[in-house]
Every structure is written in structure tokens, then in C-alpha cells.
Design a protein around this ligand. Structure first.
Ligand code: NA7
Length: 536
């Protein structure tokens, strides 16, 4: 029997929620996780598409909070695939006996702040209402998929779905005619993975993305033993890196090294694992327009060398943004897929989709027939999960209304007039811009520290002050505007072409000041006794 009064309700049992409930239980806080899905794991429970895997080195993605956990898990690949990642998260829940603190199939529909009782009423889809002193949202960054609005989408006769909703039961694609719309991180993983299995694959690409090899491989027992010995050093590097990765930039100075030396570095980074070419490069290649052009030219050359048809290669090379200026998908054999006879690239910039028909897709130039149609068309990022819940704070103010243009927060963790609501990996935190779990653990510890502080000092209501929220949001905007990609439309800058209101202006949904700066700010706030938070 689930009790109705909790000290803390956590929403979401993904990477953040699992970590958060562990820390709450450790501190003896009466708490429960409410998870909408039929299993824990969040992103790694939901995304079941072929080719779905980490772009972060696996050993930097696992939790760092327990030495015993680090010592008992073997990452089998440098970039672990979805089924293994889900297994890992279940392993964590088993190991720390967390399942009993997670309620599945418990979608939260509404949350209402009760000022007199100083508590939240949380309404589930079933109609059940739970009350809790605090709510911690762990609702994830990319969990609300968005579809295009082409006429006829409902008429397609075969299976059609968003990449996030890929069927959980096996879908046999052998010999099938498959259409994939979208070439972001998800689309690129799918395309490369299924190209040799399907009968015919048609890729509908709007704006091409820069993409470089993931360079995945297996991790042997011996290498894993070595990783375990080096864990402290690995996490120390992640803490120093702006993106929270095991890659640090080359600070020799772009202009001080010869063209041949730059080329040698780029050749080695192109063949190195993960985001090396982006993060272990000269910082100037990201920050300085000329250096960025040089690197973009280099990567374009590598693409041309891999794609046999020069026209196809040209269509795959971005012209509207430089290397690293949008979230870069990582690939394994993606460009080679276009050398296959059964794979065709359709550029929607040249021939846009006009409608979906019962048998396929009609562009301005041709009709394509499919057995299966996949929409890898992205997400309502960062704020989407909040908009799905009717969140009412002081005097019934709606969070959705407050965030209508762009969100405003204090540290990406609290919102003025929404007392006792804390967000882990929320909008304007550093999570959206970094290696997710590294930032999550920092936020979870901070949030848990705040709650234990409130508990110890007999505080029952905490609220970010309005001025502090304004200050933080100003910092978030400033950091984004300083980014060389601030004018490039992508989810990094809060755009989504499939949501009318999110296609006109940038939104400030992530903190771009880097993980070290963010951590330093959080530490300062807690060491100074949370001065910007009203506590009573
Ligand atoms: P992304 O990165 O947002 O990519 C979505 C892709 O879908 C992108 O290529 C879009 O083209 C394309 N798209 C979106 N809407 C349409 C319409 N209406 N018509 C045609 N093409 C469209 O989402 P992903 O799922 O790939 O990756 C999300 C994150 O998951 C990723 O960043 C990682 O953090 C993990 P566009 O570029 O907008 O022209």
C-alpha cells in the first residue's frame, strides 16, 4: 500500500531520478519516485531504435558515487548500446535496493502548491492524489518527442513512429522499404545501423549535420580493470572539462602551430573515440570563425573521401553552420551507407515533403513507397516535460505561462513562486550542455544538501528569490549569446521547427558557462548558506 504523505516525491526514474532516490534514501528521507513508463531508465528505457547507444565514453557515463558500483560493473563497449545501458540502470537499482522506492506507470498530470499546508498535491493520470512537502523533477531533457505536421500522416498504412517510440517488440526490417525523416543524432544512428538489413532505405534530410566517427570498440577485461584503477583520474578530467567529458583541449595555440601539425592533430582526432575532434582540439576551432572554417573544410574533405558520389557527398556537407555549432551526431559507417545501392538520400532543401500518402511520402519531385516510416524529428527539449504537467505554484500561477517565451530559473534548479520544487537537469542547468550524468550527480548532491539543510534548520518552505532568478537568467542568456553558435537554429538554442511558438526566436534552455563554472557557482551558494533562497 503506497502511503500518501511523503517528504519528497521525485518525478521520473531515469538517470537523474535513480541517482536522486538513492541519495534521499541514504539520508533517511521518506521519498518515492513516480515514473510514467512501464520500467525505469528514462531515455534508455524509451529509445529502442536500432543503433541507439552512448556518444559519451561509457565509463564517464556511469555513476561515480559508489566505488563498489564502479568496481562491480563491466562496460563492454567504449560506447555502450541501449540494451546494455538499461541493464546497467537496473543493476544499479538492484544493487541499492531502489525498485521498492520507484512506482511505475505513475504519470504525473498535475502539481498544485498548497500554501496553507506548505505542500504539493500531485495528481496522477489515474486520478490518485499524493501529497508531499517537496517535489524534485527528474523529467529529463529529451523525453517529449515532436512530429512534423505533414498532411496525410495518419493515413500511412504501414508502421510509422517517432524514433523515441520505436516498438519495444522486435520489428523485422529485412527486405523492407524504409523511409527515415531526420538526420540528427537519432536518425544518423538508425540509418547507419539498418542500411545493410533493409531492402531499400530512403533518407529525407533537411539541414545536414556535421558528423564524425564514433570509433567504438569492445572493452576487454584487462582494459576494464585498468579503467577501474584510473576512475579517479577520469572523473577529475571530466570535472575540469567544460562539457564534462574525458577530453581536454589542446592549448598549444592555433596560430603557433604549423598547418602540417594541425593536420596531424586532426587526423589523429578523427580516428580517436567520441567527441575528440570537437573537445580535444584547439579551442580556437570552436571559438574563432577562421579556425572553425579550416576545421569544417577538413571534415568536409574527410566526408568527400568516404562518399563515392560527389553530389551525394556535397548534399551531406553542412553549408549553413560550422563544425560543432549544433549538437554533433556521432556515426559508425554512416557516410559509407550512401555508397550502397539500396540507400538513397533525398534533400528536403531541394525537394520538400508535400504530404504523406497511404503508401509513402510525396515530395515536390517524386513519390516514394514504404513499408515502414520513421520520424527521427527531435524533441521538445528541456521544458517539454514540464509543459506536459499542469504545474500551479503560489496563487495558482502556472509554470507553463511563466515560461511561455523562454524559461527563467534560479541555477536551473528552482523557480520563484514555485516553492519546494527542485529540478535536477532542469532548463538552464548545465546538464543540457554536458555529459549528462556528470552534471546530474553534482546537482543531485546539491539538491540533497539543500533539503538536509532545510530539515536540520526546521525550514518547511524554500523559494528562490525573484532577484536571484533574474540574475541567473541574465547569466544564462549572456553565456548563450557568447557562444559562437548563438545565431544557429538548433535545439541548443531552443528552436524546434515543429512547434510554431519555438521557431521564431531563440530560447535559453541550457547553461553554456561550462560544467566547472557551474559547479563552482553551486558550491559557493551552498557554502554561503543558500543566501538567495528564502527559507522559513
Ligand atoms: P535532433 O537532433 O533535434 O534532430 C532532428 C532531425 O529531424 C534534424 O535532422 C531535423 O532537421 C529533422 N527534422 C525535424 N523536423 C523535421 C521536419 N518537419 N521535416 C524534416 N526534417 C525534420 O533530434 P535527435 O533525436 O536526432 O537527437 C536528439 C538528441 O538525442 C541528440 O542531440 C542527443 O543529445 C541525443 P533540421 O536540422 O531541423 O533541418
Amino acid at each position: 500500500m503506497i502511503e500518501t504523505d511523503y517528504e519528497v516525491l521525485v518525478i521520473g526514474a531515469g538517470v537523474a531520478g535513480i541517482c536522486q532516490i538513492k541519495k534521499l534514501q541514504e539520508n533517511g528521507i521518506k521519498s518515492l519516485v513516480l515514473e510514467a513508463g512501464g520500467g525505469l531508465g528514462g531515455t534508455w528505457y524509451n529509445n529502442r531504435y536500432p543503433g541507439c547507444r552512448f556518444d559519451s565514453e561509457s565509463y564517464t557515463y556511469g555513476y561515480a558515487f559508489s566505488r563498489d558500483l564502479l568496481d562491480s560493473w563491466h562496460w563492454k563497449e567504449l560506447f555502450s548500446p541501449q540494451p546494455e545501458n538499461l541493464k546497467y540502470l537496473n543493476f544499479v537499482a538492484d544493487k541499492f535496493d531502489l525498485h521498492k522506492h520507484i512506482r511505475l506507470n505513475a504519470a504525473v498530470e498535475a502539481m498544485c502548491w498548497n500554501e496553507a499546508q506548505r505542500q504539493w498535491s500531485v495528481t496522477l493520470a489515474s486520478g490518485e492524489v499524493l501529497t508531499s512537502q517537496f517535489v524534485i523533477t527528474c523529467t529529463g531533457a529529451l523525453g517529449v518527442p515532436t512530429l512534423p505536421s505533414y498532411p496525410g500522416m495518419d493515413d500511412f498504412e504501414g508502421p510509422s513512429f517517432h524514433s523515441y517510440n520505436w516498438p519495444h517488440t522486435p520489428l523485422d526490417l529485412a527486405g523492407k522499404r524504409v523511409g527515415v525523416i531526420g538526420t540528427g543524432a537519432s536518425g544518423i544512428q538508425i540509418i547507419a545501423d539498418i542500411a545493410d538489413e533493409v531492402g531499400a532505405l530512403t533518407v529525407f534530410q533537411r539541414r545536414p549535420n556535421w558528423s564524425v566517427p564514433l570509433n567504438n570498440r569492445e572493452i576487454s577485461e584487462a582494459e576494464m580493470a585498468d579503467i577501474r584503477r584510473r576512475y579517479d583520474a577520469i572523473f577529475a578530467t571530466c570535472a575540469k572539462s567544460n562539457g564534462g567529458f574525458d577530453h581536454l583541449p589542446d592549448r598549444r595555440g592555433y596560430e603557433t602551430v604549423s598547418v602540417a601539425e594541425r593536420r596531424a592533430l586532426w587526423d589523429s582526432l578523427y580516428d580517436a573515440p567520441g567527441f575528440a575532434l570537437l573537445l580535444a582540439n584547439f579551442p580556437e576551432t570552436f571559438l574563432d570563425a577562421r579556425a572553425n572554417r579550416d576545421l569544417s573544410d577538413y571534415v568536409a574533405e574527410r566526408i568527400r573521401a568516404r562518399v563515392h558520389d560527389p553530389d551525394v557527398a556535397d548534399r551531406l556537407i553542412p553549408k549553413d553552420h560550422g563544425f560543432g555549432m549544433r549538437r554533433m551526431p556521432m556515426e559508425t559507417g554512416y557516410f559509407e551507407a550512401y555508397n550502397r545501392d539500396n540507400v538513397e538520400l533525398v534533400s528536403l532543401l531541394e525537394t520538400p515533403i508535400e504530404r504523406v500518402t497511404p503508401t509513402g511520402v510525396e515530395t515536390s519531385a517524386a513519390n516514394y513507397d514504404f513499408d515502414v516510416l520513421v520520424y527521427a524529428t527531435g524533441f521538445d527539449v528541456m521544458t517539454g516535460a514540464f509543459d506536459k504537467i499542469d504545474i500551479k505554484g503560489v496563487d495558482g500561477d502556472r509554470l507553463k505561462d511563466k515560461w511561455i517565451g523562454s524559461p527563467t530559473t534560479y541555477l536551473g534548479i528552482m523557480v520563484h513562486r514555485f516553492p519546494n520544487m527542485l529540478m535536477v537537469a532542469g532548463p538552464q542547468s548545465v546538464s543540457g550542455s554536458t555529459n549528462y550524468p556528470r552534471a546530474i550527480e553534482v546537482s543531485v548532491d546539491w539538491v540533497t544538501g539543500l533539503l538536509t539543510h532545510a530539515r536540520a534548520t526546521g525550514v518547511s518552505r524554500i523559494e528562490a528569490q525573484s532577484a536571484a532568478e533574474t540574475e541567473w537568467t541574465k547569466e544564462v542568456i549572456e553565456m548563450q549569446e557568447n557562444m559562437p553558435f548563438s545565431k544557429v537554429k538548433s535545439w541548443f538554442t531552443g528552436y524546434n521547427s515543429n512547434i510554431h511558438a519555438r521557431d521564431a526566436a531563440p530560447r535559453y534552455v541550457a547553461y553554456w558557462g561550462g560544467a566547472p563554472r557551474y559547479t563552482k557557482i553551486l558550491n559557493k551558494v551552498s557554502s554561503e548558506g543558500f543566501a538567495d533562497i528564502q527559507m522559513d
